[in-house]
Design a protein around this ligand. Structure first.
Ligand code: HMH
Length: 221
């Protein structure tokens, strides 16, 4: 439908922006040397660890909406995503040790707080499954695309961050993002116009919040 094409268009526009921010960030890490790298790594480990905990609660709300509003195999994919967050949190803890980040000492920065508040808003039962699953899809996809970009030919990612990039740039994660897209596509194709509009708004908001999240890793605000 025309509405879906709109989402595809917005995605390609904003994705460029997110990728641009990340690539600038990475090149500044390379130019500024070890200090900047440490700041960036500590940011990922500390702030993203907190984000992922909130993201798990968000996923639980998506799962709940799925059980209430949808039938079929969606549930298995969402449950799989939720289960993999357990591994992910362990990974963050291990990495935090490596960078000597004390997770108990970390407090959320402003952009992260705004992002977490946005995630919390999905616990409202009024927000539809279609809006929630579209939001879930774009959050994972932006993350995947950004890290996959870092390991593309010619993008000189520091070796210390290569593992991080490979984790989210992996073919398995890509596959998972694609299965989310299939669900979102199906829901959007069946949804009334006002729901599609809300999904679009949530989609654009995620891109804004992601840009804020990554910008704060260099500005510390
Ligand atoms: C900032 N966006 C951010 N962190 C994440 N862990 C994800 C998305 C998805 O996993």
């Amino acid at each position: 439908t025309a509405d879906y094409v709109m989402i595809g268009f917005a995605l390609s526009l904003c994705r460029e922006k997110v990728l641009h921010c990340l690539s600038l960030l990475l090149s500044s890490i390379l130019m500024d040397g070890p200090n900047k790298l440490t700041t960036f790594a500590c940011h990922i480990q500390g702030q993203d660890y907190m984000f992922v905990k909130e993201f798990a609660a968000f996923l639980a709300s998506v799962l709940l909406k799925c059980c209430r509003q949808s039938e079929g195999s969606d549930m298995e994919i969402i449950l799989g995503g939720l289960a993999s967050l357990s591994d992910e949190l362990s990974w963050f803890k291990k990495e935090a040790d490596k960078w000597s980040v004390d997770l108990a000492e970390v407090s959320p920065l402003k952009s992260n707080t705004a992002y977490c508040r946005f995630l919390q808003s999905f616990s409202e039962p009024e927000i539809s499954y279609t809006v929630a699953i579209t939001t879930f899809w774009i959050i994972e996809t932006v993350y995947r695309d950004s890290f996959a970009f870092c390991i593309e030919e010619g993008n000189k990612t520091p070796p210390e961050l290569l593992g991080t990039c490979q984790r989210w740039g992996s073919p398995e994660f890509k596959q998972y993002c694609q299965s989310l897209q299939i669900i979102a596509d199906r829901c959007l194709a069946e949804a009334p116009a006002d729901v599609v509009r809300s999904a679009e708004e949530a989609f654009l908001r995620v891109l804004e919040l992601e840009i804020g999240f990554w910008e704060m890793s260099s500005s510390q605000t």
